[in-house]
Ligand binder design. Structure first.
Ligand code: MCF
Ligand code: FE
Length: 403
């Protein structure tokens, strides 16, 4: 049994309680949260760790959407317009993936944990990320990606996907959870998507998909015109959209799905997706690829993620949240900051269907300690000070273990 004492505890429970002079008793899971004197008395043999004045204990951060196989990208990919970016991905993806190594991913994962991320949702395109993710102490939901729009290649592509999926399934444990990613409506044939979604239903895993992140994608799905017509023409002669916006959403009915981006979704589509599924916004990625932001204020099931270094300059969630404050510039900063931190803790835990993201009895003991360097007056500003000033954390604990 261990006890951790911190000046403040941000619980992210139902009432988003902020506790002062409290402590948490934990092993692998949280055993009890109470006033520090009470807990110290109740568990006299516990190993106690006490943090300084103005320290804040909160759930480990959860980055639900990241692409580690592309961590070596810095200047290879084009930004500013989505089709330009996509063309550059197709041109350089093999080179970029070759540059990536187990060691490079291992270093990136250590850096993530040092900065307070304790869980990732990793989009795995080639399977090069499986070994380092499996060997890390970080929690991983590994989304095996499926894509391919050419109907004649459907069987081969599905077999390749199945092989990767079953390989990850044999490695499943409490920290490594294999899942499925349907890449997008423009890249994945509905036959492939349906097969993979049936598998997701049978195995009960969560699913992730990229959706409506460019003007061209919307134009393509609505009337089969625009940049995708030329782009997809390189892979299939006379390409036609294989689905439309509503049909694509309906494909996921009954599957626990995270829809990522939605920057070009309209209010009704967002409302519908928010009522049945989870929405992931990647503000920096959206800024770089097509300079568009998703209005996140009214979204209930919201998570925030970095995406990969294909469309970001940092995988540190604190950087992402900081940038989100500057991008979402039209509402109260304290309210926005609370929403952003809730999105990467409580909501992200729910979105990945994990017992994480809240500091409460029986939840996994994934916790971080952050130090605010100065006194502050108003407790409601604590979220904002954390986001504005944190780059790395004082302590990272995963499943009760010091990292
Ligand atoms: O989320 C961003 C932008 N949207 C779509 N795909 C990706 C992103 N970052 C990396 N990707 C990958 C995706 O997983 O790029 C490829 C896929 O493997 C694009 S399809 C050739
Ligand atoms: Fe992505």
């Amino acid at each position: 049994m261990k006890i951790i004492i911190s000046d403040y505890i941000l619980t992210f429970d139902e009432e988003l309680r902020i506790l002062k002079n409290y402590a948490i008793a934990y092993e692998k899971k949280i055993i009890e949260i109470d006033a520090k004197e009470k807990l110290l008395k109740k568990y006299p043999d516990a190993k106690v760790k006490k943090y300084e004045k103005n320290s804040v204990l909160l759930p480990g951060l959860i980055n639900v959407h990241i692409h580690l196989e592309y961590i070596k990208n810095k200047t290879r990919l084009e930004y500013g317009e989505f089709i330009k970016w996509l063309k550059s991905v197709v041109k350089y993806r093999e080179e970029l993936v070759k540059l990536t190594s187990d060691d490079a991913i291992e270093v990136a994962l250590k850096e993530l944990m040092r900065c307070g991320t304790t869980t990732i949702g990793e989009i795995s395109s080639f399977g090069e990320d499986i070994k380092p993710c499996k060997n890390s102490k970080i929690n991983v939901v590994l989304f095996n990606e499926i894509l391919g729009s050419n109907p004649s290649a459907v069987d081969v592509l599905y077999q390749d996907f199945l092989q990767r999926y079953y390989a990850t399934l044999s490695l499943k444990d409490e920290r490594f959870i294999p899942s499925i990613s349907i890449h997008s409506p423009y890249s994945t044939h509905p036959i492939l998507a349906k097969k993979a979604l049936n598998l997701a239903k049978d195995s009960g895993c969560v699913v992730s998909t990229h959706f409506l992140e460019s003007k061209a994608e919307r134009e393509w799905l609505e009337n089969g015109k625009g940049g995708f017509s030329e782009f997809l023409g390189k892979f299939t002669p006379n390409p036609k959209p294989l689905t439309n916006i509503n049909d694509y959403i309906n494909l996921f009915k009954g599957v626990h799905t995270l829809f990522t981006h939605l920057t070009f979704a309209n209010k009704n589509e967002i409302k519908k997706i928010d009522s049945e599924f989870y929405i992931t916004s990647c503000p920096v990625s959206n800024r770089l690829l097509e300079n568009k932001k998703l209005e996140i204020k009214d979204i209930k099931n919201l998570t925030i993620a970095t995406d990969g270094l294909t469309s970001n300059i940092s995988l540190n969630l604190w950087d992402e949240l900081r940038n989100a404050i500057f991008i979402h510039d039209s509402w109260d900063m304290d309210e926005l900051s609370k929403k952003l931190l809730t999105a990467v803790t409580k909501s992200a835990g729910k979105a990945l269907r994990l017992n994480k993201g809240i500091l409460k009895k029986d939840f996994d003991a994934d916790m971080i300690v952050v130090k605010i360097e100065q006194d502050f007056e108003d407790l409601k500003s604590i979220y904002k000070w954390l986001i504005l000033h944190t780059k790395e954390v004082e302590k990272t604990i995963i499943m009760g273990e010091d990292i």
